[in-house]
Design a protein around this ligand. Structure first.
Ligand SMILES: Cc1cc2nc3c(=O)[nH]c(=O)nc-3n(C[C@H](O)[C@H](O)[C@H](O)COP(=O)(O)OP(=O)(O)OC[C@H]3O[C@@H](n4cnc5c(N)ncnc54)[C@H](O)[C@@H]3O)c2cc1C
Length: 460
């Protein structure tokens, strides 16, 4: 008999868990308090990527002269048209997700889920309405993450905003102070700078892109500074004062940084607020629940996948976990030579500035060696107006097995995609280095880095 599975949360993780479970023969219901697409599809990932597509295109147009084109100097941005485009892309993408699940026979129940016991949830849709009580053989919790704001710095939607306000940004200030040096802060600094705003970037002691290799963060910081961003690094923001002209961000050392508006990107935490996990017999550890490689918690029929499991909070990790959890919950325990899990060391983290930064696996540590090539090693970089960057391929000094990579440059996330495969397959630098990307493309770079190391370190 097919299993009855309830998925809580309709973001990328919920959608993929539902698809995997339904394809494996389960009877699937998605309970979500927001439409299919989740925060990613409606508030964070998707709207920010629509904006960045405009920013990247602006860069190309501004280099038109170099590419032999004239007459494109008088570009005008029509912000309401971009906001409308966000609405359209949201509609088409999220409708596509919804229809995919409907075709698979997945039921959708709107409302907020709360565990009453390990086998029962209550779903509250509208205040005052009788809650729905649902039971299942397995649950997959994909409730995502929510932004964190200290009491002294909260968005008000006017002078202080955060990513979710980007969907409606149909007017822009002349100046903005962006607080936060992580992926979201970096992407919005890049965006606002491209759109012509005067940008002050406030980054704490951890520096720009603290989760990346040091050189990657330094490269992105240097590039954006060269383009006119005012980087203020080394102090936490303590609070924000309202002024006649807008706001002042006040740092821990008392220094004040004025702008018309502040943009906050200071962190996210797993969203378990409404779940009553204790009611299901689950304990929280560091704000989330410990799970095994299939997403199972200490209650083996309650799985967790996506941002709710903690960092890295990125959609490709969310969906990789969700796919495995969906299959496993439906009863398809992976068998055979390669267990069907995506190992954490093969998850690519990327930021979509231009240049992009991307990283996978381990890139430093004991006995970790690296081979570094500049983007200029690929002919493609000479064909583009902005083609600078680097790729560092990391490998084990004893076995020569590939361990990871970091890249900064155009399409960096694509450049290191084959490295994820190499890590998963356990390839050595020699085995990887005999492969070639099409020429001229940036996909050649990771393979070039492997060959370079082979010559220097391996065949001597
Ligand atoms: C500005 C920004 C840009 C980003 N860009 C990228 C990017 O380019 N690439 C990338 O890989 N990642 C990106 N991310 C991260 C990405 O958005 C997340 O990793 C992704 O949303 C995680 O998906 P999820 O399904 O786990 O959760 P979510 O997308 O958060 O979806 C969870 C859903 O569950 C619902 N929910 C919560 N609690 C309950 C409950 N009790 N009952 C019912 N429903 C509930 C929520 O309302 C939500 O709709 C970005 C994040 C931000 C903030």
């Amino acid at each position: 008999m097919s299993k009855k599975i309830i998925i809580i949360g309709g973001g990328p993780a919920g959608v993929d868990a539902a698809e995997a479970a339904a394809k494996a023969g389960a009877q699937v219901t998605v309970v979500s308090n927001a439409p299919i697409g989740g925060r990613a599809g409606w508030h964070s990932l998707l709207p920010s990527k629509v904006w960045l597509t405009t920013a990247d295109s602006l860069a190309l147009f501004s280099a038109a002269g170099e590419l032999g084109m004239t007459g494109l100097d008088d570009l005008n941005l029509t912000l309401p048209a971009i906001v409308e485009r966000i609405r359209e892309v949201k509609k088409s993408w999220n409708t596509q997700q919804k229809e995919k699940l409907a075709r698979l026979g997945v039921q959708f129940v709107p409302g907020t889920a709360r565990f009453e016991s390990a086998n029962t949830i209550k779903v509250i849709h509208e205040e005052g309405e009788e809650p729905l009580v649902l039971q299942a053989d397995a649950f997959i919790v994909t409730t995502g993450s929510a932004p964190v704001f200290p009491p002294t710095m909260k968005p008000n939607g006017k002078t202080i905003i955060a990513p979710r306000f980007a969907s409606a940004l149909d007017t822009l200030p002349d100046s903005i102070a962006v607080v936060g040096g992580g992926a979201t802060g970096s992407e919005f600094v890049y965006l606002f700078n491209r759109l012509g705003l005067e940008v002050t970037w406030i980054v704490d002691q951890q520096g720009v892109l603290p989760d990346f290799d040091l050189e990657a963060g330094q490269f992105i910081a240097a590039t954006l500074t060269k383009r006119g961003v005012h980087l203020v690094e080394g102090q936490m923001a303590s609070h924000i004062d309202q002024t006649n002209g807008g706001i002042e961000v006040v740092l821990a050392d008392g220094s004040r940084h004025a702008a018309e508006m502040a943009f906050l990107a200071i962190g996210r935490k797993p969203d378990v607020a409404a779940l009553n996990l204790e009611g299901a017999g689950l304990a929280l550890e560091n704000g989330t629940v410990k799970v095994d490689e299939y997403g199972r918690s200490t209650q083996p029929h309650i799985y967790f996948a996506g941002d709710v499991t903690g960092p890295p909070m990125i959609a490709n990790k969310a969906t990789a976990q969700a796919w495995v959890a969906g299959q496993h919950a439906a009863g398809q325990t992976p068998t055979g030579k390669l267990p069907a899990i995506c190992p954490p060391e093969a998850i690519i983290a990327a930021i979509y500035t231009e240049p992009q930064a991307a990283q996978v696996g381990t890139v430093s540590g004991d006995n970790v060696k690296t081979s570094r090539v500049a983007y200029s090693a690929s002919m493609k970089s000479h064909l583009l107006p902005e083609g600078d960057g680097f790729v560092k391929l990391a490998y084990d000094g004893n076995t020569n097995r590939i361990l990871g990579a970091v890249a900064v440059g155009p399409h960096a996330a694509d450049v290191i995609a084959p490295v994820a495969v190499a890590i998963r397959a356990g390839l050595t630098m020699q085995e990887f280095g005999v492969l070639y990307g099409a020429h001229p493309t940036f996909s050649e770079l990771a393979f070039t880095a492997a060959r370079q190391a082979s010559i220097r370190n391996i065949h001597k």
